[in-house]
Design a protein around this ligand. Structure first.
Ligand code: PMT
Length: 396
């Protein structure tokens, strides 16, 4: 996604400027050509030499600097850009951009470029919340700029509030998202479920499973990058929310059922990667169960089968987590749950299924076509599933 792309990384005068080194490094490692443009005040926080060493490219700090590769034709940068990212962006630069002021290399570049612009604000919380900054932010959004962050946390002043620069991975993810907009799922609405539901036993205990959510999150991110409008319905995981998707957090199978029923109204496809508990305790103890007896018997009842019960005119994709007779069992689920496509998931190998970063799956459609995929990363598996979703949607 980032390979061979020209990313203009604008750095402005915030204490968070040192984090731009990490952003530049990760972008460079991903194969992007990173052109750094620093405002004068940014150079007080981090040296151009650091950025030059990381990117192996000259760093632009002064539009009148004759030694600069871009000094005469600074608009060249704007034209070369596939994307412009300002991280960190101060309240000052946001105000200048909102007003169209172009008094340094960075603001000139933004004004001159036709590339998408991403702004990652970082400032004191009260400056961010000031109505002037909020108006400027609204103007930038209205101009189509993508805003990432800020996040809530400890600020340079030592106080805690909304003003921290978004995490590097979130910024990089947003760049990937912006660069890939307008692909084969544009204007499609995709609902993805992820993670393992938790069925409470008492206020502190639950029945759960080992789903990490990685497969579902990979699907949500891949669909988003292909232009889809993504709703991710997730049981508890430790994964960061994918930027640019609408995330609905649930705990139990019953909550997931309700969220799915709401989300599929107007959806084009539902992809159920979640490991939904098949059973839940018949009753939930109001207080913590005491360990007074040597054994404890829980009565379990079936959870709702979400895929079978959800109705509507959308494409239905299910998973089948199987440890034996994988294809035969998955085919039965495809028929029983009336799916368009099922992803038979071999969970016997530690490199596949629950918790792993890779997965080994077989895709089976309702015409009985079977496609056995090799061991791939979950992101690659997600794209292979979405390839099938795209072609199935085209036939509807
Ligand atoms: O989250 P990871 O760690 O990345 O692991 C990924 C995964 C192994 C969880 C995933 O790839 C996977 O196989 N998900 C489906 C797990 C599962 O519950 O399979 P199943 O065979 O029990 O269910 C079949 C299908 O019915 C699934 O799409 C499931 O979401 C759905 N289902 C199941 C039970 C239920 N009550 N309602 C459902 O809708």
């Amino acid at each position: 996604m980032l390979a061979n792309k020209t990313v203009i990384l604008g750095i402005t005068g915030s204490l968070a400027a040192y984090k731009a080194a990490d952003i530049a490094s990760k972008l460079t490692q991903a194969g992007a050509r990173v052109e750094v443009v620093m405002t004068e005040s940014a150079t007080k926080f981090i040296t151009p030499l650091t950025l030059r060493s990381i990117t192996s490219r000259p760093v632009v700090t002064d539009m009148f600097e004759l030694a600069s590769e871009f000094s005469i034709e600074h608009v060249a940068l704007a034209e070369a850009a596939d994307v412009v990212v300002i991280a960190p962006a101060t309240a000052c630069v946001m105000a200048k951009l909102a007003a169209g002021i172009s008094d340094d290399e960075l603001t000139c570049t933004v004004l001159a470029t036709e590339a998408p612009v991403i702004v990652a604000p970082a400032m004191h919380a009260s400056m961010f919340q000031n109505s002037v900054t909020q108006q400027n932010l609204a103007k930038l959004k209205a101009r189509g700029f993508t805003i990432v962050g800020p996040e809530y946390g400890r600020l340079a002043s030592g106080k805690v509030g909304l003003g921290r620069l978004a995490e590097t991975d979130k910024i990089i993810d947003t760049i990937g998202q912006v660069l890939s907009q307008g692909r084969d799922l544009t204007s499609k609405r995709i609902v993805v479920t992820a993670g393992g539901t938790q069925e409470p036993i008492d206020p502190v205990r639950h029945i759960g499973n080992r789903s990490s959510g990685k497969m579902g999150y990979a699907l949500a991110e891949a669909a988003r990058n292909r232009g889809a409008e993504v709703k991710l319905i997730t049981a508890p995981t430790s994964l960061p929310e994918p930027v640019g998707t609408e995330v609905v957090s649930v705990k139990t199978a019953a909550e997931m059922k309700e969220a799915v029923a709401r989300a599929v109204i107007q959806a084009d496809a539902l992809i159920m990667a979640a490991a939904v508990a098949d059973y839940q305790p018949k009753s939930v103890a109001e207080a913590k169960i005491k360990k007074e007896t040597p054994t404890l018997t829980l009565e379990l009842i079936r959870t709702p089968d979400i895929l079978t019960e959800v109705k509507g005119n959308f494409l239905k994709v299910g998973f089948a987590a199987e440890s034996q007779n994988i294809v035969a069992n998955a085919k039965q689920k495809l028929e029983r749950k009336q799916l368009d496509l099922i992803v038979a998931n071999d969970i016997t190998d530690p490199s596949s299924g629950f918790g792993a970063d890779t997965n080994k799956v077989t895709l089976i459609d309702k015409q009985g076509n079977v496609e056995d995929l090799p061991l791939l990363t979950k992101r690659e598996v997600a794209d292979r599933i979405l390839d099938r979703v795209v072609s199935l949607l085209a036939k509807r």
